[in-house]
Design a binder for this molecule. Structure first.
Ligand SMILES: [Fe+2]
Ligand SMILES: [Fe+2]
Length: 353
């Protein structure tokens, strides 16, 4: 593969790379997380069985089933761009939807790789630099497993979704160190954790199931890292500074919701993605609403934990209420969930290692 204009996307950014001369490990939560990360490393080549045969159609039917339902409801609508679809087309949708979804996970993981490399440079605390360094390795492994699964088992990779690309570019362009955390660790990863969870529950394909289980146990640590670090930092910010963070978080949330319209898949199916958006906004099928809401099940409690929900002006609480996701505020936040999700340690214990 050559590095042509099509394979490289450059984001220009100006930011401060921060040295710290304070080497004392003083943040107990981060120290604990760093120790955990060091013993929970896994190897995608050795710990997963890549010899299994995968039937993309079966994976698509299992997983795409729910996704396809979301879109099938659009067929009934007047002027629907998918009105003419029959069984064959919907079967293709269920397969392509899966490839498209896993491709966006892969691109998102690369975004996480670059954002955590950025955090290593910009965060002022030594404990956070140590921890973020372990996360850089985790994210490289995640990109590796999704890329390999797509190319070896499903046979197609989709390009990055425009909404996701916009989010990642904005995060990487921003010079404030906490924005890389908020955008990536809390919003993008919080949503990924919820999406991986749903997918892991549904699929019976053994390689994908184990791969998701392992990725999730890393991700839970990552979100915990975001919550622990930002909780401390945001406690010292002023009202207007917090409001900027709330607006940023909400804007990211809206664009993340948009990305689940799967425009790149529709374009490949010969359907105008804008027509899908318009019909979706008009019809709002219940399965679609439920799916999108569930994606917020980690984001909302984590924002609450950071103190972004209960500021004096209540701005973010109002927005989350408007889009119908405030009910998740008291769901378990991810600052403690990572120990329950440590699947790697569990497997090693079972194997007597
Ligand atoms: Fe990841
Ligand atoms: Fe992550």
């Amino acid at each position: 593969m050559t590095d042509t204009i099509d394979t490289i996307h450059a984001v220009r950014a100006e930011f401060d790379t921060a040295f710290t001369w304070d080497y004392e490990q003083s943040r107990a939560g981060l120290v604990k997380l760093y120790e955990k990360a060091k013993t929970s490393q896994w190897n995608a080549t050795a710990d997963l069985d890549w010899t299994v045969d995968v039937d993309p159609e079966k994976v698509g039917q299992e997983l795409g089933g729910g996704g396809t339902l979301r879109f099938q409801a659009l067929a009934e609508a007047e002027d629907s761009p998918v009105r003419h679809f029959g069984d064959a087309e919907w079967r293709t949708v269920s397969i392509e939807l899966q490839k498209s979804l896993l491709s966006q996970f892969m691109h998102g993981e690369q975004g996480a790789l670059l954002c955590t490399a950025r955090i290593v440079e910009t965060v002022p605390w030594i404990d956070a630099k140590y921890y973020a360094a372990t996360q850089v390795m985790d994210e490289a492994r995640h990109v590796e497993v999704f890329a390999r699964y797509l190319s070896e088992k499903l046979g197609t990779q989709y390009g990055i979704n425009e909404n996701l690309k916009g989010i990642l570019d904005d995060i990487l362009r921003d010079p404030r160190w906490d924005i890389a955390y908020l955008g990536m660790q809390i919003m993008v990863e919080g949503l990924a954790l919820a999406a991986f969870g749903m997918m892991h529950q549904i699929t019976t394909e053994p390689l994908l199931k184990k791969l998701l289980r392992y990725v999730m146990s890393d991700e839970a640590r990552h979100v915990a890292f975001g919550v622990l670090s930002l909780q401390e930092y945001y406690a010292g910010l002023s009202g207007p500074e917090l409001r900027e963070r709330q607006e940023f978080a909400f804007e990211v949330a809206r664009r993340l919701q948009r990305r689940f319209a799967h425009t790149e898949m529709w374009a490949r199916m010969g359907v105008d993605p804008d027509a899908i958006y318009r019909t979706m906004d008009r019809v709002q099928p219940p399965a679609q609403r439920m799916f999108q809401q569930l994606l917020f099940s980690k984001i909302v409690p984590n924002c609450k934990k950071l103190g972004l929900l209960d500021t004096a002006d209540g701005w973010l609480r109002e927005r989350f209420t408007e889009i119908g996701v405030i009910e998740f505020e008291d769901w378990v936040d991810t600052s403690s969930e990572f120990s329950e999700l440590d699947e790697v340690a569990r497997d090693r214990e079972a194997a007597g290692a």
